[in-house]
Each structure stands twice: as C-alpha cells, then as structure tokens.
Design a protein around this ligand. Sequence first.
Ligand SMILES: Cc1cc2nc3c(=O)[nH]c(=O)nc-3n(C[C@H](O)[C@H](O)[C@H](O)COP(=O)(O)O)c2cc1C
Ligand SMILES: [Mn+2]
Length: 538
Amino acid sequence: MEAFAPGERLVLVSGRLVEGARSRSKAPSKKHSRPRLTLVATPGDLREWIALLEREGELVRVQAEVDPYLEMTEITDRVVKAGGPALLFERPKGSTHPLLINQFGTERRMCLALGVDRLDDAAAKLESVLEMQPPQGLAEKVKGLKKLKSIADSMPKTVRTGPVKELVLQQNEVDLDLLPIQHCWPGDPAPFITLPAVITHDPKTGTRNVGMYRMQKLDSKSTAMHWQLHKDGRMDYLASDGRLDVAVALGLDPVTAYSASAPLPKHVDEFMLAGFLKGEPVELVQCNTSEVLVPANAEIVLEGYVEQGDLTLEGPFGDHTGYYSAAEPFPVFHVTAMTMRADAIYPSIVVGKPPAEDAWLGKATERIFLPAIRMSVPEIVDYDLPVAGAFHNCVIVSIRKSFPGQPQKVMHAIWGLGLLSLTKSVVVVDEHVDVHDYDEVFFRVTANVDPQRDVMLSEGPLDHLDHAPTRQFYGGKIGIDATHKGPEEGTREWPEEIVMSDEVQSLVDRRWAEYGLERAADGADGRDQRSLRQLLRR
Ligand SMILES: Cc1cc2nc3c(=O)[nH]c(=O)nc-3n(C[C@H](O)[C@H](O)[C@H](O)COP(=O)(O)O)c2cc1C
Ligand SMILES: [Mn+2]
C-alpha cells in the first residue's frame, strides 16, 4: 500500500473530507458522469472484506500487543483523523481474538464496502426503484421486472446453519471477557461494545428491527443496552410485557453492518436494505436460545434478553458529540448464549470529537436517503449534514424555489421527517449553490440573510445526546433562509450575481498555457499549491 505517514492530516476541500497527501482530485463535481448502476459484488462476510481491504492497500495488521484500554483508541483516533487505513490489531492485550477497526474510515473504503464508485451510485439504485412507473412497452417491462427482482432478492433468507455456530457457549460458559472489548475514553466507566447489530422484534407486529447501539459491559454475562429515546429498538422494548428476546451480531459483512446504523422507518427491516444494497439476501440462522434470527456469516453472536424494569446506570461515554454523554438508566441485556467462529474477529469503532470513523457511515446514510427524502419534499435538490455538526446539529439544503415561504416549508418538512426531525439548525440555499462547499454556504448565509427577516426560531424534539438545550430532548431550533428573495416576497429587487461571460472563460481556458502560470502552481508546495490549483479551476 501507499506509505501512510501519521503526520498527514485530514483536510477539508470544498467541504468534503479528503485524505491528506493522497487526495489527487477535487470532490466529484455534480456535472460528473451519470451514476453507474451496475454495482460490483460486495464482500460476503467480514473475512472477504478484510481480504479485499488488504488487496486494495487499505489495511494494516498491527502485530504489536496493544491494550484495548485507551491505547487502541489513541492509535485509532490518530489514524482516522489522518485518513489512514483500516487496522487489524492481531494481539489485543488480554484476548486471543483480533480486533478490526477503522473499516469505514474513508470515503474510498465506504464505497468499497458498498461496491460502488461513489456513494451517490448506491442512492441511484434505490432511486430507480422508488421512482418506478407502470412500464410502457416490452423493453420497459423487462427493465421493470429486473427492478422488481432486485426487491424480491432483498428479502432475508433462512438457512440451517453457518460459520457463526462453530463454537456454542451456553449459560455458564458465556464469557464476554473472551472478547477484546475496548475501553475507549478515560472518563468511560467500563469497556463498551461499539459496533453491534442489535436485533429485536416488535412484540405486537413481529417486524424485525436491527440497530447499532453501544453496549456497556457490566460483567462477563451482561451489558447495558443504549436504546435512545427516539429509536426503534427502544419501541420494541417498551411494547414488550416482561421479557424481550434480543440478539447481537458482531463482525458482519460491511453492508449488513452499515445497515444496522441506517435510520429506516420502524416497520422496515434493516436486513431488507442490506439485501437490496448487496443484491443478494442476508442469510439468517436461528439462535440457540431464542427464535431470533441472526446473520449466518457473523463472527460472533450474543443471544439474550432484556426485561421490563431491569435497568442499570449506563455511561458516561465519550460520545460522537465530542463530549461525554451523561450516565442514565438503560435496560440490562442478559447474555444466555454466545455463538462464534473459533477464531472470531471482533469489530470495533471509536467515536469522539468529529471527524471520527462514523463520519463515513453517516455520509453513506446522507447519500443513500436523499432519493427517499426527495420523494416527500420534491423541491430539495441536495443536502449536506456536516460531519462537524455531529449529523443532527445542522442540515444544509438546496431547493428549487418557486413560491414565497418555500424555504420555511422545507425547514418544517425536515423537522418532521424521521430522525432528521431532531435537526437543530437548517440552512436553506438556492438550487445552484453547492451544499457540500461550506465556504460557499457561508458566503450565501452572510451575504443573503437579513437576520430579522430570514432567521426563523422554532422548537421541537432534540437528539437524546444533545447537551446544549436547557432540558433534555426538547428545545430551540433555528432555520436560516439564505436563498435569493424578490419583490414577490416583499423585498426590493435582488442584485445580479457576478459571473464571467462564457466567451471569456473559454478564451482563458484556451490560452492558459500562454500565460506561464502553470509553473507558478507547480513550484508552490502543500496547501498553497492546492489552493492555487483551485483558483486556476484545475
Ligand atoms: C457507531 C455508532 C454508534 C451508535 N450508537 C448508538 C447508541 O448507543 N444508541 C442509539 O440509540 N443510537 C446509536 N447510534 C445510531 C443508531 O444506530 C441509528 O440511529 C439507527 O438508525 C438506529 O436504528 P433504529 O432506527 O432501528 O432504532 C449509533 C450509530 C453509530 C454509527
Ligand atoms: Mn429501525
């Protein structure tokens, strides 16, 4: 692989994260080629994924013994923030199981995981199904059938057994101490399982839910289950009377692991989304001590239950907000069986001050869900959830405006849409503004906004982890309308934007070599060179 120098830092170019010295090109422009709809096969399990990462020069094996108590976090945080490779810690202190981390830490790896060139390609696949129209003619019908087949292939499939059953530890044999569970930050009270797929069923409808919720280790046979207020897993728990069976899958193929973090509506099974993105069904096997089905390809499965009224004080935890989230009561998860591959690889992730590894899991969700959002709010052209805004703190959205009040309509729509409803601030810009270019957004906000007229304060539900509001879960929201206005909205005539004429732009393009500026760009180094190249629009 390319030499990775820990000194390289992750830099922001046009509001997108790029890897320090490895960035060769600017973020793909919107005018780029059309999304490719033929997607390559995604890895079948964690081992195929590790092999792919290794072939692509995207993985480093750490052979030195490393302590899962803090040391691993410090190493990983440095590597993640520098845009470095996935890490396979082969000798975590105190465990015989290797630990994989930073598998999702760059845009390239997130794309490799999903088998696409660009994250937008995964969205395009979903969009083509969402926008299906009754087919006209034979060719259209064949295409339509293919699309329908892709939906049928998304349904999970039950199989008899799988590698996750190689070792079965029941009752007294259950031992979470076998796993190299990371103690992430100094203020955490215990180790936390950070990259699980937690599977439950709605006690009333039977619908499956899969979510990623951290699990604080309480002892060798139990953990806490951090189901935040607005999450589907918590709804299943609240709807159960008495006991609720829970299964936790660890070490999955990357698409299935990603899907656990996807904010789907409650009645949609996340394994369906995984199957759709993979192009083949997720294969499930039944637990040994309950009827819950778990991915047959998992490295490790924890089977168990939670019970009404059985709570523990969970946290504090160094969270993705960049702060410790406060200790609160959460359900206790009792592990009744552990099934695993004999040489199971344990997956982990460190969250903390952004950007952390979860940045690209979030960006994948941002891209994949755009078509679905456009279905309900069609004037939306694009949107961006800045990583530094920890995803729920800020949404920048561009719209095709055709009537007064439309920016405000879109703010309200976002505040009413799934987990986006927890967004604290919404910035609305016109359709031609690149929402991923934070400099441009800042320019529009400062140039186009009359704070008295264009800032809307509202209130509503806020993220469970948001520490800023005076009271938890509820507080203020801000909407900033940075679009152009006009007399129809009661303002004076909006001034014209400065743009060079096409003829002169082409003339300068044609004559560029003659000006002798190329050498100036080549001579400069580092950031200067990059910014000069940007000025030269290259
Ligand atoms: C690394 C990571 C850790 C997460 N930890 C939690 C958590 O501890 N509790 C929680 O409620 N959500 C957590 N989330 C967010 C949920 O996974 C996400 O909201 C998901 O949509 C929940 O699934 P659900 O909508 O089916 O409940 C985490 C996400 C990631 C990427
Ligand atoms: Mn869900």
